[in-house]
Design a protein around this ligand. Structure first.
Ligand SMILES: NC(=O)c1ccc[n+]([C@@H]2O[C@H](COP(=O)([O-])OP(=O)(O)OC[C@H]3O[C@@H](n4cnc5c(N)ncnc54)[C@H](O)[C@@H]3O)[C@@H](O)[C@H]2O)c1
Length: 464
């Protein structure tokens, strides 16, 4: 029986009862595909640059290498002229790909600053615990900065970076890349235009996917708070930032609950070894068995598994004793696998956010409730409903933009805007400047304080 038939059987379609159509899910409503009725976001007036912005990359890993790859698409805007990374094959790759002068290729970020400034900007894409050092050194040496999120590990460190950036009048772009992704840009524009009236509240969820979580936050470099950050900052600072950006009002109070429920020793199968390949008795059935996940069934990618031999054999060797070969229940992971955050924004706007590890799907889910309409989004479709005209518009980012790699197309757009901001010495070109990014980080730091104090409400107040 379909839902409509069920409603009919219950007599709910009779005159006088509420209209069943109102109860139907979005898919069942009559929506106008690619309706031109959504407001168009204002674009940047990109003027040709006299020369590309010369960038040094501190940390040529996944992110550093990916940003580096934009050089071919942003030929007249972005040029990599130096790299720091302790891993030999990464430095060799960078040198070859960007045709680097060997004297500009160094082992660790500190050596980029052994000599006077020799580029325009530094991209800090080192691991989370190594953001503060290179960011401060780069700013003090007079460079502009593209800074991977999270800005730093503590509010104190974030504030130091802001103080030096202001003193040096530096252009700083924080990689809150979702602000540049066409899907979120369109969402923001619908809200900004007033099409759904005033925002009343938002429900937002980040479903991480159980294998993604196991890879990055149980085995991977974001597993331990001390070595990186709480998962709310490491993963979901994007979400707090998007909420702050879309609501466009300061967050005043926050409370949070969450814990590491599942990926703990007590859930380990009886007799499980520390490394999956050391004769685990449930190899054939464990959904997290490393060799099965990464090699035999290829359920998850090899990013972050360090080995220069990137064949099945090389990866199996790396898993045998390495970090990514460890049992997910026998690790030194501390970060939470589920967390809820409630936020009160100025103007009586509320937002509820959930970060969830245990999902079979990704794609952020958002519901924005306004006084005149609402929005339902899943990082592909935006469904906008206008209460008064009883009109639904469905917008599909894939139809509008085609394939959007790298955080829904946000990565390359951030990079481009940064280069134009530096060339014109105009930080307003950036939507994720340091001051705005600090504000959403503060929500995260205070939410963590709340979670660690049993959910006590914390105030969020940006110092002037
Ligand atoms: N904006 C986003 O959406 C997003 C997405 C993923 C990761 N990140 C952030 O980007 C940063 C890098 O993440 P990643 O996935 O590229 O990690 P990664 O491990 O692939 O890259 C980090 C690189 O830094 C290098 N490194 C380590 N110590 C160094 C040192 N002393 N000097 C110079 N280089 C050093 C490592 O060898 C490695 O190549 C992290 O802070 C992460 O949280 C942001």
């Amino acid at each position: 029986m379909t839902r409509r038939e069920l409603l009919q059987a219950m007599g709910l379609t009779a005159a006088g009862a509420f209209t069943p159509k109102e109860l139907l899910t979005w898919d069942a409503r009559e929506s106008t595909s690619q309706d031109p009725g959504l407001p168009t976001p204002k674009g940047i007036d990109y003027k040709p640059l006299d020369r590309p912005i010369r960038v040094l990359i501190a940390g040529y890993g996944n992110r550093g290498g990916y940003y580096g790859s934009f050089q071919s698409q942003l030929k007249n805007e972005f040029q990599v002229v130096g790299v720091a990374d302790p891993i030999d094959y990464k430095r060799a790759n960078a040198t070859r790909i960007h045709n680097l002068d060997p004297k500009n290729v160094v082992n660790t970020w500190e050596h980029l600053f052994d000599r006077p400034k020799f580029a325009d900007a530094v991209l800090v894409s080192t691991p989370d615990h190594l953001h503060y050092g290179p960011a401060m050194a780069a700013l003090n040496a007079g460079y502009d900065l593209i800074l991977e999120k999270p800005i730093a590990q503590t509010w104190r460190e974030c504030s130091d970076i802001l103080a030096v950036a202001r003193k040096k009048n530096a252009i700083v772009g924080v990689c809150h890349v979702l602000r540049y992704a066409p899907y979120f840009v369109q969402m923001k524009e619908v809200v900004r235009s007033g099409m759904i009236g005033d925002v009343v509240s938002i429900q937002h969820m980040e479903p991480i996917h159980y294998l993604h979580f196991a890879h990055s936050y149980v085995r991977g470099i974001w597993r331990n708070e001390k070595q990186s950050n709480p998962s709310l900052l490491a993963k979901s600072c994007h979400d707090l930032d998007i909420l702050r950006w879309v609501i466009d009002a300061p967050c005043e109070r926050v409370s949070s609950f969450g814990s590491l429920k599942y990926f703990r020793d007590e859930y380990a199968p009886k007799g499980a070894p520390t490394h999956c390949m050391d004769g685990c008795s449930i190899e054939d059935t464990c959904i997290y068995h490393a060799a099965q996940v990464y090699v035999h069934k290829k359920l998850w990618g090899w990013g972050h598994i360090e080995t220069s031999n990137r064949t099945d054999q090389g990866i199996l060797e790396a898993l045998r004793k390495g970090q990514y070969g460890k049992c997910v229940f026998k690790n030194d992971n501390t970060v939470v696998d589920h967390q809820v955050v409630n936020m009160q924004f100025a103007g009586n706007v509320t937002a509820a956010f959930s970060m969830e590890a245990m999902t079979s799907y990704g794609g952020r889910k958002t519901r924005i409730m306004g006084t005149k309409g609402d929005i339902v989004g899943d990082e592909r479709f935006l469904d906008v409903y206008d209460f008064e005209n009883r009109k639904a518009i469905r917008w599909d980012v894939n139809q509008a933009f085609g394939n959007l790699d790298g955080h829904g197309g946000g990565d390359i757009r951030l990079c481009k805007d940064f280069c134009h901001a530096v060339a014109r010495r105009d930080e307003t070109i950036l939507t994720s400047n340091l001051t705005e990014s600090m504000e959403s980080h503060l929500i995260g730091f205070q939410a963590e304080k709340s979670r660690n104090s049993g959910g006590q409400v914390q105030t969020v107040k940006m110092p002037r």
